[in-house]
Design a protein around this ligand. Structure first.
Ligand code: ADP
Ligand code: ZN
Ligand code: ZN
Length: 820
């Protein structure tokens, strides 16, 4: 096989009595163990590109994970099989229907509306020969009509004439086309998974919705209304979104300044390795910067990767990319089947797409000419593979760190954008590792701009790429005002409800004006903390500066970092008050309160329970977006990139719930959430209000969020992190042990802590290394398992763990985003 075999090849190797698959990572002259010859290549082409092998090796070392596991991340599921067969060839080819006329243009041309798809069918059929009349029976048959009523409706609108047994067009082909096209486009849009004008459903979907058969579609194609082509069966509109083409708008002066910086650093001579942090408030037009950067990368024959937190929640964002770069975008969607995933992988590898959009796993897409990586909403914790999740994940990687490494390996540009950058990224920027780009203002009047943009279909070649536009005089919008309600005052005024008087009044006003409200709970409150209702003091572990967790059964307070226990205070240590509150909350209770205030309000809940079912996210979101609900109550952020002009009130019911979780990131999370939530209100001329309820209005996270003041928050939070040696000042690792037996969980984690402490005593690790615990995790019981954890604070935690014998049941989480 010499000369034929390369790094990245999938091969069969003898292993014991059987053969197993392996991936070639390199060549060595000698081996520390006896070896046997490779049996055969599993596939003629390498399955991993050279840069992928390099990245997998880096990940194994950085995350203290087996190389086989990091390599697997790059191989689509289904490719690794026991018998070596790839997913069954998917020969079921389908027709793709694509609207050629943008929906807006169709609507503009439309005079008499025919809503019914049967009408469209009749019109389209008549359009095949606009001068001729057709027999009713024939039309009934091809359009699956049960009676002649459709003909009569059309005749009533003077679109057709009826004479005897025949039907003929009564209007110009233009008008008929307008009507038919609109109906067709509407139904395409309805059936497309991606909410963009003229997404492309398969033929069968369209047939089911409109009664159109292939012959009719061909007729419509001949008429220039739609395009038909054969495609391999990527899932409709998901793997291959098709959107109305858009043109790049003129940049605002702020965007212009930022884009100049990106262009000169990254794109003035081919593509240069460079890293940026784009800090722009919600609605400042960050996506436009991403689009320009992609344009520049493509123009230099390089490809782009766009990471988004959760594809299902960002349909409009996807549509914007697909609209600007028709045919060049594919989406890696969490709902793709194994076969579909394989198809996307295969097509990306074949170079069919130049832009891959997806969640963190999109990092492993086999783009051969990567030149740009974008991470939108980089502060989102979903970029980290969550070690708390159920399942057998062994590589708890952070997409931001992996992307940084990937950009270096492939000499690409990296842009991480957020309205509320993570402490880590902002810190890295301050240390000179990232270039800061700032857009402190919101773009106003975008609706008109967007509407204008979408009317014309623009071929990709005319998309300005790297050409500076003229800066236009721009108007910026105000961020919505935020009212902080002091719940201690409410209590003093005799209001014991979880709704302040202010929030109740705002809710009533909003709903009676026919507008919508979002009520937000900071986090699900599984366990609780203790707070004084009079002064807002929270019980904390004096050693870890961590809020203590109330354990009802044991009637005690526990520190989930160091496992110290404390008695429940009878009076507040700060003010002597006896009114101590055990905090927790639930979306259901909030819903009940809403109904007390406005009985007829239509409420949707968005929490762990209601979204448990796959796809529910999107359904709940749609219900709210289409205004079939007035109030959304939830623990999760509403999707990014959604314009919700009717949302004029955002209420944060209990800002404190997330603030006092025993996690050093709880202030940061709260600041991010409040800022992002506030950014959802006031997206239109109707304006918006934000009401934040809290027992600690003076807390810096709440104050800074209310003032939309990132800098103030960052400065204050950094002091806290510095004082306690938390990230980003120090790095951290978490070791979590899962066991069904509580005593065993504790014993094993105590053993491991001892081993680690002994290791740490070795010369190498003396100095700034800290081992906290073991302690039961905050979420200490999960699916019948008990979870104990050990926290490490060190400059390089992986170094302490490398080579360690790690028994089954442990999870190693380097740079954890949560320590709960
Ligand atoms: P962000 O990603 O920063 O939250 P968006 O990119 O979604 O902001 O932009 C907010 C709105 O402003 C969008 O509707 C977008 O179409 C519009 N917009 C952005 N840049 C421009 C521009 N240069 N001209 C007109 N509209 C713009
Ligand atoms: Zn008190
Ligand atoms: Zn403690």
């Amino acid at each position: 096989m010499e000369g034929r075999i390369e790094p990245g090849h999938l091969v069969w190797v003898p292993f014991g009595r059987q053969q197993v698959q392996g991936v070639v990572v390199g060549f060595a002259e000698s081996s520390p163990v006896p070896t046997r010859p490779v049996a055969r290549l599993a596939r003629p082409e390498p399955v991993l590109q050279p840069w992928q092998v390099e990245l997998a090796m880096w990940m194994a070392q950085a995350y203290v994970a087996p190389l086989a596991e990091t390599i697997k991340l790059f191989i689509p599921p289904g490719l690794l099989t026991k018998d070596g067969r790839a997913p069954a060839a998917r020969a079921k080819y389908e027709w793709v229907v694509e609207a050629l006329v943008a929906p807006d243009a169709v609507a503009a041309r439309l005079r008499t509306a025919g809503r019914d798809s049967a009408q469209a069918c009749v019109l389209a059929r008549l359009l095949q020969q606009p001068q001729a009349a057709l027999a009713r029976a024939e039309l009934r048959a091809v359009c699956a009509l049960k009676s002649d009523s459709t003909f009569h409706t059309l005749a009533g609108k003077s679109l057709v004439t009826l004479s005897g047994d025949e039907v003929a067009l009564a209007v110009s082909p233009e008008d008929a086309r307008g009507t038919a096209g609109r109906v067709a486009v509407t139904s395409m849009r309805r059936s497309g998974g991606v909410a963009c004008g003229g997404s492309s459903p398969g033929k069968s979907t369209l047939a089911a919705e409109t009664g159109a058969d292939l012959a009719l579609l061909r007729a419509m194609q001949a008429d220039g209304l739609i395009a038909l082509r054969e495609r391999d069966p990527l899932p409709r509109s998901i793997g291959r979104p098709e959107c109305a083409h858009t043109r790049a708008p003129m940049l605002t002066s702020e965007q212009q300044r930022v884009w100049e910086t990106v262009r000169t650093h990254a794109f003035d001579d081919g593509v240069r390795h460079s890293e940026f942090l784009l800090h722009g408030v919600t609605g400042s037009g960050k996506t436009e910067i991403y689009l320009r950067a992609i344009g520049a990368a493509l123009a230099r024959n390089r490809q782009a990767l766009v990471l988004v937190p959760e594809i299902a929640l960002t349909p409009q964002t996807v549509a914007r990319f697909a609209g600007r770069f028709p045919r060049r975008v594919t989406v890696i969607h969490s709902e793709l089947s194994t076969g579909e995933r394989y198809d996307v992988w295969r097509l990306v590898r074949q170079g069919e797409f130049d832009i891959v959009i997806g969640p963190r796993s999109a990092l492993f897409a086999p783009l051969a000419r990567l030149g740009l990586i974008i991470i939108d909403e980089e502060h989102e914790s979903s970029y980290k593979q969550n070690a708390e999740e159920w399942g057998s994940f062994t590589v708890f990687y952070d997409a931001r760190a992996v992307a940084t490494q990937l950009a270096a390996i492939t000499q690409s540009a990296l842009i991480m954008g957020s309205a509320t950058p993570s402490m880590e990224s902002y810190y890295a920027m301050q240390q000179g590792r990232l270039t800061l780009l700032e857009m402190p203002n919101r773009v106003l009047g975008h609706r008109e701009h967007v509407a204008r943009e979408q009317v014309e279909a623009v071929p990709v070649a005319s998309v300005p790429q790297g050409q500076p536009d003229h800066a236009e005089p721009t108007v910026y919008a105000e961020l919505p005002p935020v009212e902080i309600v002091d719940m201690r005052q409410e209590l003093r005024a005799g209001n014991r409800s979880i709704f302040s008087r202010s929030l109740s009044a705002e809710l009533q006003t909003t709903l009676s004006a026919g507008e919508q409200a979002i009520l937000f709970l900071n986090r699900r409150g599984t366990a609780t903390f203790i707070m004084c209702r009079d002064c807002g003091a929270v019980s904390e572990c004096p050693l870890c500066a961590t809020p203590l967790t109330y354990h009802e059964r044991a009637q005690t307070l526990i520190c989930h970092h160091c496992n110290r226990r404390y008695p429940i205070p009878q009076t507040c240590p700060e003010c002597d008050s006896k009114r101590i509150k055990f905090f927790g909350s639930g979306t259901q209770r909030v819903e009940e309160y809403v109904h007390q205030i406005v009985p007829q309000a239509r409420v949707v809940r968005w929490d762990a329970d209601s979204v448990a079912r796959k796809g529910q996210h999107a359904a709940i979101l749609r219900e709210f977006v289409e205004q079939r609900a007035d109030v959304k109550v939830g623990t999760q952020m509403i999707a990014k990139g959604l314009d919700l002009p009717m949302v004029t009130l955002v209420g944060v019911v209990a800002a404190d719930v997330g603030l006092y979780l025993p996690d050093f990131r709880s202030s940061e999370r709260t600041f991010q959430l409040l800022t992002q939530v506030a950014g959802r209100a006031g997206r239109s001329a109707r304006g918006g209000r934000v009401v934040v309820q809290t027992y600690t209005p003076e807390h810096y996270a709440i104050q800074a969020a209310a003032q939309h003041d990132y800098a103030a928050f960052y400065a204050r939070e950094l002091l806290f992190r510095e004082e306690h040696g938390y990230p980003p000042v120090q790095r951290m690792a978490r070791l979590i042990f899962w066991h069904k037996n509580e005593a065993k969980a504790q014993a094993e984690s105590e053993r491991m802590a001892l081993v680690l402490r002994r290791r740490a005593e070795g010369l190498l690790f003396r100095g700034d290394l800290d081992i906290l615990g073991p302690a039961p995790a905050f979420f200490s019981r999960y699916r019948g398992y008990f979870r104990w954890q050990i926290l490490l604070r060190a400059e390089n935690p992986s170094a302490l763990l490398t080579g360690l014998d790690i028994p089954f049941g442990w999870r190693i989480d380097i740079d954890p985003v949560s320590v709960l």
